[in-house]
Write a protein that binds this ligand. Sequence first.
Ligand code: SF4
Ligand code: SF4
Ligand code: SF4
Length: 307
Amino acid sequence: MSDKAILFDTSRCSACRGCQVACKCWNDLPSTLEKNGNPPTGSYQSPMDLNGDTRILISFNEEAGGSKGVKWAFGRRSCQHCTDAACATICPAGAITKHEATGLVTVDDSKCIGCQYCSTACPFDVPRYQEGLRTTVNKCTGCVDRIEQGLEPACVTTCQPDALVFGDRDEMIALAHERADFLKARGYEDAVVYGEDEMGGLHVIQVLKYGVAAHGQVENPQANPVVGLTQIMKPVTGAVTGLTVAGLAAMFVLGIGYKRDKLAYNPETEDTISVDTGQVVKHGDGQDEETVMEHITENLPGKKGGN
Ligand code: SF4
Ligand code: SF4
Ligand code: SF4
């Protein structure tokens, strides 16, 4: 199977939000209990942002103009399935991976430890942490479970005006250029194709009728520098074990360490280390002396050994 992509043509989108509903139905996600923000914003956008139960959002970007006084530039807020996926690079648990057959970026809930490194790394502010019963991050998986059964992603299947199309990435790029050229010929000189090269090439290709910023997309997206830092740390930590613990402790002090407890992850050995004691609390080879959960429980405020 060759690389696949979802094509989103903003000039065809009616903002019906059927895609939002289809995503929730297929992935069994509840609706957020809000109207359009509290206090209400007056916008038709709902919800106002992605959240742990919402993997895709149609944004209502408004500008003055047009025959009725307002012009809408609808946008798709969801995972863009980057070729250079910063979230997958930084994930210490191997929970975010690229689907080899399609290039889409998936999440394995059962592996996610809720550290939220991916949320920090993503240039599009996509992965969202779900507090409460589910303590993992949530994001679009590209519906690889459907694709593997010969189906299209749920959002694409439901889109009536064909604003969403799914197919080989090369074909989606060619189709996007056809559409952008058509729009330009009709006087929309800012129409542009987005996703061909950004982050090594996205697997959501977009035709942005009014230009990149107007549709709420990120101009020249870059991964958070933390991602590069963790990659630089790898050879250093491999060469000098003593520096490993010191380096990981420094990472924690810088706020890069686990947020739930004073733990740090050594990407070289895959060990999880207590920053306070330097003790390995979970070995990468599975030879646990103490489970991470035991360590966290022991160190809860008010407990013996806690702070
Ligand atoms: S289903 Fe299609 S037309 Fe409706 S909001 Fe989604 S992309 Fe736009
Ligand atoms: S858009 Fe964000 S979450 Fe999606 S693949 Fe890229 S870095 Fe990962
Ligand atoms: S591809 Fe699947 S998971 Fe992603 S937004 Fe569409 S329906 Fe939701």
